[in-house]
Design a protein around this ligand. Structure first.
Ligand SMILES: *Cc1c(COP(=O)(O)O)cnc(C)c1O
Length: 399
């Protein structure tokens, strides 16, 4: 281990990053990596997209920060554009995914409270979920490995099995304020929720006066070939957490809401110092300029289909390494039969970055701007890593 003044909470790779160009991440030693991690689904338009760079530079020369005590035109515009393109009628800007989820949770609880139900503060979540790393969002995610040693789990989070409406009915009670769900679990291993299940969840919410929260922090902003993943199936939430891709690499998040839900957070009930700052708003608007361009999302769908087909071929030809391919659009995953960490390390040696997830899945989350040629190159490198893995197995068996 090299000496570092940084906390040891990350096991970092051996790449010392220098700069990025489109889908390429370049190390200080000159190594070039095809970045199919995108900073974990953040660099939706790749590295240093010229339109984003100029938006940030122009804004940097004009105004950085004012607090939310004043009107920020870029934020008004970005909120209106999100409203025009989604179920939402109101938008709250924050700085990260966890904060977007926190806002959604607080909004749902306060909504029930304002309606005369102060005891109705429980949020139902699902096994395999990931909603962030704050005290509340680790309770929402419910994973023991993230909760251990951080004191009592924040109360008011009930967990059940994804895909099982009967189990969900059992866990819903007079205490339930909201149900929070990722339409496709990201950290959990690219697990898609069935359309029928999500429709059933929406129906239960309507029957019981429960708010539906979609966590689209990873699935959002074009990743699945729609602006938001739930638009693939037409089930709409009351609240939605957005982050990652919306900033294209600039830290920002948003909580989107119906007018009725948003009304719960009256003046003074919630706030953020940095949320919605002019720099973030300039970049967020620039991201939407590109993602909402005519044909952009259709292209993501086409490229996603082609990538997935190629990955299916790869999985078929390496049954000792891979079990199956998953996902939609450019939110793809390969479930490995070998330890996913080992495979991802070999892929890195072959010049490709993927991100390990739960269920032994290697996530493939390239920039949405990836070209067909770059997709072919990515599959070649993934193939190379699979071959290296098999060679290691033979060697291991011979020893
Ligand atoms: C990344 C992620 C979060 C947390 O976002 P942060 O910006 O790291 O706080 C929450 N939910 C989902 C689905 C995510 O992918």
């Amino acid at each position: 281990m090299s000496e570092t003044a940084l906390f040891g909470n990350y096991a970092r790779s051996n790449i010392e990053v220098d700069h990025g160009e489109g889908v390429w991440l370049v190390g200080k030693d000159g190594r070039r990596f095809l970045d199919c991690g995108s900073g974990i689904a953040v660099n939706a338009l790749g590295h240093c997209h010229p339109h984003l760079v100029s938006a940030l530079q122009d804004q940097a020369a004009k105004l950085w920060h004012t607090s939310n005590l004043h009107k920020i035109p870029g934020g008004e515009r970005l909120a209106q554009r999100l409203v025009d393109n989604t179920f939402a009628e109101k938008v709250l800007f924050v700085n990260s995914g966890a904060e977007a989820m926190e806002a959604a949770i607080k909004c749902a609880r306060r909504y029930q409270y304002n309606n005369g139900n102060p005891d109705r503060y429980h949020i139902v979540t699902f096994e395999g979920a990931f909603h962030g790393r704050t005290i509340a969002t680790i309770a929402a995610g419910g994973q023991a490995k993230y909760l251990e040693g951080f004191g009592p789990k924040a109360p008011g989070f009930d967990q059940t099995t994804p895909g099982d409406l009967e189990a969900l009915k059992q866990v819903i009670g007079p205490q339930t304020a909201a149900i929070a769900i990722e339409p496709i679990q990201g950290e959990g291993g690219i697990k898609e929720m069935h359309a029928d299940f999500l429709r059933g969840v929406r129906r239960l919410c309507d029957e019981h006066g429960i708010l539906l929260i979609f966590d689209e922090i990873q699935t959002g902003v074009g990743r699945t070939g729609k602006l938001f993943a739930h638009q693939l199936i037409g089930v709409e939430p009351d609240l939605m957490a957005v982050a990652k891709g919306i900033g294209g690499g600039f830290p920002m998040g948003a909580c989107l809401a119906t007018a009725e839900a948003a009304e719960a957070l009256a003046p003074g009930t919630h706030g953020t110092t940095f949320g919605g700052n002019p720099l973030a708003m300039a970049v967020g608007n620039a991201v939407l300029d590109v993602v909402l361009e005519d044909g952009f999302l259709e292209e993501v769908q086409a490229k996603g289909l082609s990538f997935k087909q190629k990955l299916a071929g790869l999985v078929d030809s390496h049954p000792k390494v891979f079990a199956e391919v998953r996902g939609v659009g450019l939110m793809l995953g390969i479930r490995c039969t070998v330890p996913v960490g080992d495979y991802v390390a070999l892929a890195r040696d072959a010049g490709l970055l993927a991100v390990p997830a739960g269920d032994n899945v290697a996530r493939i989350l390239p920039p949405l701007t990836i070209s067909e040629d770059e997709i072919s190159m990515a599959v070649e490198r993934l193939e190379q890593a699979a071959a290296a893995m098999e060679a290691n197995m033979v060697e291991g068996a011979a020893e």
